[in-house]
Design a binder for this molecule. Structure first.
Ligand code: GLN
Ligand code: ZN
Length: 767
């Protein structure tokens, strides 16, 4: 019989129970015991569900109160001094202080950093390291949960983040410090963990080393061998799990490590299965991740089965099956979806359905004869055929239009210098022009209005009046502040992707398809299931209304194709670049409509541009080529006089600055305040040709920005970038702030810009 197992289950709960309980606990509405009871109940429910789905081994340790990397830090006593509470032992509140800077007990201090978990939309809490530090077992959550699962009678397989990935994902407090120096003390602690698990009666341990899917420096690759030699335990079998991409040049290293089994991701790297089979030592188990753990499409079971046959012939009992990675990245179950269109629903599989697919594949490998598995195969065939032929998916008009796109559609008419001149003649902006990134505070009243419209409690006309009133308020505030380029404030938007997705063909929305993004925060990504088109204008009425209230230029606000793509569940039946281009055409049409409606400046936000970068360097160029080409398709349909802005919110883009220049937006606004203009180092090596808006204040900080500080930042910038190229902006949208904070911060920002105009009077002449 083929063994089935799961790498991890979504912990947040189908009804986001963990989120609710956490937030109640943080507010002081429930006790720690009550919170713990919610966690226990979720674990029990999820273990049972996985056992019922036919999993032979149930993961334990995938549950986390906030994040699995954070749990690992606590377990190893890797707790920064500022997060400790006197001599108190590491406990739940320690975790929360590290993650959020505060907890019901202990001091309020700065939180640890958060970073993206590989190329997913999940964020982990970054471990902090310093030279010479020690590790010891300080937090027993994993052992307690193993106890709990064993007592309930489950075949528990603990899941642990491996030592090299743990080290890699952390950051050293001082710059010139080699994290690998910490490997020896770290391995001592890991050895203790393994001994303790063995003593608890654990047979298999899943040890995750996802960094094996990255480009590793030679010394890191070598470190794997010595580390895993050290970690051998007589009574414990290790299953080394790698996912999110191919092992590539790490394959030799991975197959030969002294462990009992290897897990590979055969969804993201299907061609690698054969190479691994060719090189896997004869005694080892191979777990093949055959069901996509990151996307929501139903598996083509026939194809998957065909892929597995040679593995089964070669491995026999040593073949294990599972999803490709932890199911953390998909919603819990389709059962919660009552409103989803039936045709689309049958194309999908969420966590629970994915486990059934794994079981069905294992059943079929063992000779079939299982009616539930046969039924699932039949359903899979039907769903696939329906998806291949459905008119909801395939829109000939969209496909034809895309075929006729040529290079000219991805180019502005004139080079930037000419455009800048024409735009300036129209716009008459002062030097160091000021603007914002788009959203203004989303008050409770605004949220209630949107909810009321959805429920049908207010009419469309009433909704429109209320939103227009909000727009008018935002415009008044901006006039009073004397900003140079105004925005309408985005009161009508709940979310920058959902707002557009809801109005585009080819998108579907779930009721309960929640995925954990970080801690208690969850997102409900839209599903792009078909060719994308735009039946009607999406933003024009709001922008036109806002522009009618002011003589100053009002900036239209769109979300770019790459962000729409990266923050959705994407199609796998066509290349990402094709979906991106379809999205680009829809945005291009909207842009042209805005231009026709008299909007002279439009911003196309691409906060996810950097995020979409593939894990391996070898894939970067290709990605950047198509991503930039899509952005240009979205933005190049307008006259020279129309000014295109784009906003990219990330603090690190030295490696993509050349690509950002190729985007050829007239103005790009970037986040600079948090890195204290460190980011500008990129502009020393690279002469950025177009205009740049510098995000001079960090709106995530509750502290008010200081005028002198902003002036100083801008002066620093003006030494590296010609002052005639600079704009002054906050570093992101203001929707999470209050009006009070927003007003005084923007006031200070405008004052800083005026001072700059005094300091650089000659810039006037250039314009
Ligand atoms: N225009 C958006 C806003 O202001 C941009 C948000 C973002 O960059 N994430 O909210
Ligand atoms: Zn931003």
């Amino acid at each position: 019989m083929t063994v089935t197992h799961n790498l991890g289950f979504p912990r947040i709960g189908a009804g986001r129970e963990l989120k609710c309980a956490l937030e109640q606990y943080w507010r002081g509405d429930i006790s720690r015991e009550q919170l713990q009871a919610v966690g226990r109940e979720l674990r029990r429910r999820h273990w049972q569900l996985q056992a019922d789905s036919g999993m032979d081994w149930i993961p334990v340790g995938d549950f986390a109160w906030y994040d699995q990397v954070l749990t690992m830090s606590a377990m190893l006593d890797n707790v920064p001094a500022r997060h400790r509470h006197g001599d108190a032992a590491v406990d739940l509140d320690t975790l929360f202080r590290m993650a959020r800077g505060r907890a019901p007990s202990g001091p309020t201090v700065s939180a640890c950093e958060m970073a993206k978990w590989f190329d997913t939309n999940y964020h982990y809490i970054v471990p902090e390291f310093e030279a010479g530090q020690r590790f010891e077992l300080a937090y027993t959550q994993l052992f307690d949960e193993i106890e709990e699962a064993l007592a309930l009678g489950y075949r528990a397989k603990p899941v642990l983040l491996g030592p090299l990935s743990y080290l890699w994902l952390g950051k050293g407090r001082s710059r010139d410090f080699d994290k690998l120096q910490l490997l020896t003390p770290l391995l001592q602690a890991y050895s203790q963990i393994l001994q303790r698990l063995a003593a608890q009666g654990v047979e298999w341990l899943q040890i995750d080393e996802p960094i094996l899917a990255l480009d590793l420096p030679a010394d890191w690759r070598q470190a794997f061998e010595s580390a895993y030699n050290r970690l051998q335990q007589r009574d414990l079998k290790l299953l080394l799990a790698c996912y999110f991409g191919e092992l590539g040049d790490n394959l030799g290293c991975a197959v030969h490590l002294p462990v009992a089994g290897l897990h590979i991701d055969a969804v993201s790297a299907p061609a690698e299965l054969q190479r691994v089979l060719d090189r896997l030592p004869v005694h080892k188990v191979l777990s093949v991740g055959i069901v996509d753990g990151r996307n929501i499409w139903r598996t083509d079971l026939d194809k998957a089965l065909a892929q597995l046959h040679s593995a089964q012939r070669k491995l026999g009992e040593r073949l294990w099956l599972s999803p490709s990675c932890s199911l953390l990245h998909v919603p819990v179950s389709l059962d919660g979806e009552k409103k989803l269109d039936w045709e689309i629903r049958q194309w999908l599989a969420f966590a629970e359905q994915k486990l059934a697919e794994v079981t069905a594949l294992a059943g079929a490998l063992s000779g079939g004869g299982n009616s539930a598995a046969d039924a699932l195969f039949a359903d899979s065939r039907l769903a696939l055929a329906s998806r291949q032929n459905s008119t909801r998916v395939h829109d000939a008009a969209v496909q034809q239009r895309l075929q006729h796109i040529d290079a000219a559609d991805r180019r502005r008419y004139s080079p930037f210098a000419e455009r800048k001149h024409k735009q300036q003649q129209q716009l008459q902006l002062p030097p160091f022009p000021t603007t914002t990134i788009g959203s203004f505070p989303q008050t409770t009243a605004i949220r209630q209005t949107r909810a009321a419209l959805k429920k049908g409690d207010i009419s469309a006309a009433e909704y429109r009046r209320t939103i227009e009133a909000e727009i008018a308020t935002a415009v008044q505030h901006q006039q009073a502040l004397d900003l140079d380029v105004l925005v309408h404030g985005e009161a009508e938007r709940n979310d920058m992707v959902e707002y557009f997705g809801e109005q585009l063909r080819g998108f579907a929305f779930t009721e309960n398809g929640w995925v954990q993004s970080c801690g208690s925060r969850c997102v409900k990504p839209p599903i792009i299931y078909g060719d994308v088109s735009r039946p009607a204008a999406m933003t024009v009425q709001w922008s036109r209304y806002a522009q009618s209230l002011t003589d100053k230029p009002l900036k239209g606000m769109l979300t770019g194709p790459i962000t729409l793509l990266c923050w959705s569940f994407a199609r796998t039946d066509q290349p990402l670049r094709t979906t991106a281009d379809q999205l680009a055409l829809a945005i291009r049409d909207e842009l042209c409509d805005l231009e026709r409606a008299g909007i002279r400046i439009v911003q196309i936000d691409e906060p996810a541009l950097r995020e979409g970068l593939p894990l391996r360097r070898a894939g970067h160029r290709d990605y950047l080529d198509w991503a930039v080409a899509s952005f240009r398709l979205a933005s190049c349909g307008v006259k020279d006089e129309t000014q295109i802005h784009t906003h990219i919110c990330c603090a690190e883009f030295n490696d993509i600055i050349a690509a950002i220049a190729e985007v050829d937006a007239d103005v790009i606004t970037i986040e600079t305040s948090r890195s204290n203009m460190e980011l500008l180092a990129a502009f020393e090596q690279f002469q950025y040709p177009n205009d740049i808006g510098l995000g001079v204040y960090d709106l995530h900080s509750p502290n008010q920005p200081d005028v002198a500080w902003m002036v100083d930042l801008l002066k620093k910038a003006a030494r590296k970038i010609p002052p005639g190229q600079l704009w002054v902006t906050p570093d992101c949208g203001l929707k999470t702030r209050t009006w009070e904070e927003t007003e005084s911060a923007l006031q200070a920002m405008v004052t800083a810009a005026r001072e700059l105009r005094q300091l650089y009077p000659s810039v006037y002449h250039r314009l």
